[in-house]
Design a binder for this molecule. Sequence first.
Ligand SMILES: Cc1cc2nc3c(=O)[nH]c(=O)nc-3n(C[C@H](O)[C@H](O)[C@H](O)COP(=O)(O)OP(=O)(O)OC[C@H]3O[C@@H](n4cnc5c(N)ncnc54)[C@H](O)[C@@H]3O)c2cc1C
Length: 452
Amino acid sequence: MWADVETSELTGWGRTAPSAASVGTPSSTDQLLDAVRCAPSRGVVARGLGRSYGDPAQNAGGLVLETTGLDRITAFDPAAATVTAQSGVSIGRLLSVLADHGLFVPVTPGTRAVTLGGAIAADVHGKNHHRDGSIGRHLERMTILLADGSRRVVGPGPDADPELFWATLGGMGLTGIVLDATVRALRIAIPWMSVDTRRAGNLDELLAALDDADQRRYSVAWVDCLTTGRSAGRGVVTSGDHAAVEEAREWRRRSSPDPDPAARLTTPGWVPPGLLNRWTVAAFNEAWFRHAPRRRTGERQAPSSFFHPLDGVAGWNGLYGRAGLVQYQCVVPDVSTLRDVLTGLRSARTPTFLAVLKKFGPGNPGPLSFPRPGWTLALDIPASVDGLAALLDRLDTRVAEAGGSVYLAKDSRMRPELVPTFYPRLDEWHALRDRVDPHRLWQSDLSRRLSL
Ligand SMILES: Cc1cc2nc3c(=O)[nH]c(=O)nc-3n(C[C@H](O)[C@H](O)[C@H](O)COP(=O)(O)OP(=O)(O)OC[C@H]3O[C@@H](n4cnc5c(N)ncnc54)[C@H](O)[C@@H]3O)c2cc1C
């Protein structure tokens, strides 16, 4: 029996709510199977690169299996633009393998340091959700290790257990461990992005600019959540697409210098307590807004700068000090709810360092998949902010009234009674989960906290 496990304390990316578990990093599927067979009564959960903010990849008193040792690319067909990989492969690695063949991942979150398995378990979305949907739409099939030790190949087609396929997308590792998956890649002409930037002086302008920007494949806005008065809701919209060959010619003709691909910075080991407060964040917001061009089109950017700027700052979550950070991401169906959420944040003068706004397109059939049509707002907030729990509970209530949702992959604090409201097809998901895991082998701190 493979028994290479050690007791370790784990947290999510937000570094709140640590818990201790037996942690193993199998380097083969057989080792993984062995470990699962000897699971303790507190059950097992898979863990990728630990980039979910809260506790879905933790399992206090149970077993956590890191998949990063299972990262082989098992099949690659550049002509068909499909790649099959074990679930522990990172999006970053997939990107570099695809790049040599004029291909790109169909969906990437804001960091490339997530595994394919973690991306599937959260059904991640990117800046192209309005155009391309979330990752689930780009999978041909995946192999899942089920609680009874069997392996099941599932896919979206009618003869491949589509219910289990969709329940696994967004299922936060609670339907089984994804062993591998086949992804359809996106063809690109050249490895550069053509990027438009536009500054918007208030929320109305920002929403109109985002609507416009949706003509591009990728779009997103940064929003200033502290400024009040006529400038309330001001921000900067960034949109873009993979550049065309003609654009590259034009750049060459103008001899634009090669942009710097995301410089790597490191945060200092020690951070003064309270570094990120409403004054420092307000100063940052002002500088960020002023620094952005009023309007610029067709700027050449490296994909790393466009998609993953935060990856250039190693360990940036450390800036939030010992208390860590809470990420709050909701989706709301209408602008008036979005306004209420922003007003709630402003009146509480919450220092939200990174506030990102985006319009989602249609959702997936997955009962626990988060994206659905509407506006999604993602906020990083220091966990030490006074009154934060009460504020976020109030925002949850407003989001629930409007028929919106809060993202499980970012959550560390939602009230369990709201889960059926945020995920109205939860019963359907429970029924499916009971079919494939009647004895609750798959468990996590999140599954117990939210009674999933
Ligand atoms: C800077 C930053 C930016 C982000 N931007 C976005 C974004 O733009 N869009 C977005 O959607 N998300 C975003 N995220 C969230 C992130 O994409 C998800 O939380 C993702 O699940 C993290 O993957 P991971 O490999 O780190 O998984 P972990 O955090 O380790 O685990 C997350 C979940 O996946 C499950 N899991 C992991 N591997 C497997 C497997 N093989 N089989 C079954 N279940 C498994 C775990 O059990 C857990 O429930 C961002 C996170 C960060 C830190």
